[in-house]
Design a protein around this ligand. Structure first.
Ligand SMILES: NC(=O)C1=CN([C@@H]2O[C@H](COP(=O)(O)OP(=O)(O)OC[C@H]3O[C@@H](n4cnc5c(N)ncnc54)[C@H](OP(=O)(O)O)[C@@H]3O)[C@@H](O)[C@H]2O)C=CC1
Ligand SMILES: Nc1nc2c(c(=O)[nH]1)N=C([C@H](O)[C@@H](O)CO)CN2
Length: 240
């Protein structure tokens, strides 16, 4: 058996995706990342040997371009981590059709299409190494809804449902799981009032940072007996 074949992480130019990519590279994995925007994190990952592919999943053509790039360069994969995401809210004047399309495209269509397109590569990765995983980054609000991020929450619920369907379709070779954080890390433009309100929503009242998500990814990849499941990283918010 050889070591795990390359792992794709989408949207890994910053924050959680970047932290996951660095951790997996440090553990000796070959990592492929997608990014839209040239960021310092992309340059860091290139320097660490990651294969960095620019990809915008907001259009079908953008998704298909990435599919072609992978199919032309790889014959086996050890995993796909669907991390790419935009946290958009319903704001005054926003075209709700455009908003829902954007959310569905990045959170549901892209993971759906990549999982189907890369099935043969994941199966090949499993045959040679015994490892193949898909991880969907969903969200606490996939289950509970959100009155301010309605289309976002609905699309994350769609992604959560893909976990069930693909875990059945790809068993027993490929494990398919989800990670559902509530608050992992703030954005720089979150003001103090927002931060205090967000912290008060969970029992543990903390924002753990991206390493909490890295730990969850590492657990799932090392598990031999978890599929079709979701790791909830929510500080007890479900009981608050
Ligand atoms: N941060 C948190 O507290 C929480 C996060 N999550 C989930 O965890 C995951 C990681 O969160 P976080 O690190 O904050 O994510 P970010 O908001 O930093 O988004 C990750 C990346 O997604 C990429 N992206 C966005 N839209 C597209 C698109 N249409 N096509 C391709 N790439 C795109 C962006 O790329 P680029 O920068 O290159 O443009 C961005 O860097 C996400 O799925 C998120 O929904 C869930 C709950 C809480
Ligand atoms: N793509 C993103 N999704 C989410 C983010 C984010 O920054 N990018 N942030 C959150 C919040 O932390 C929320 O969970 C708590 O206020 C949710 N999703």
């Amino acid at each position: 058996m050889t070591s795990r074949k390359p792992i794709i992480i989408t949207g890994a130019g910053q924050r959680l995706g970047l932290a996951c990519a660095k951790a997996l590279i440090a553990q000796g994995n070959e990592v492929i990342i997608t990014y839209r925007t040239e960021r310092k994190g992309v340059a860091e990952l290139k320097a660490l040997g990651a294969h960095c592919i620019q990809a915008d999943f907001s259009s079908v053509a953008g998704v298909e371009s990435f599919v072609s790039a992978i199919l032309h360069q790889y014959s086996a994969l050890g995993g796909i981590i669907h991390n790419a995401s935009e946290w958009l809210s319903e704001t005054e004047g926003e075209d709700s059709a455009v908003l829902m399309e954007k959310m569905w495209q990045v959170h549901v269509f892209a993971p759906y299409r990549l999982n189907l397109a890369f099935e043969p590569l994941l199966l090949a990765g499993y045959e040679v190494s015994g490892y193949a995983d898909i991880i969907h980054m969903t969200d606490f609000v996939a289950e509970k809804g959100s009155d301010k991020h309605i289309a976002y929450a609905a699309s994350k619920a769609g992604l959560a449902n893909l976990t069930h369907s693909f875990s059945k379709r790809f068993a027993p070779q490929v494990k398919v799981n989800a990670i559902a954080p509530s608050l992992l890390m703030f954005n720089n433009d979150d003001d103090e009032e927002y931060r205090q309100k967000a912290l008060s929503k969970s029992l543990l009242r903390k924002s753990p940072g991206e390493q909490e998500g890295v730990l969850a990814v590492q657990y799932i990849l090392s598990s031999q007996y978890m599929t079709g499941r979701t790791l909830s990283l929510d500080g007890g918010r479900h009981l608050a």
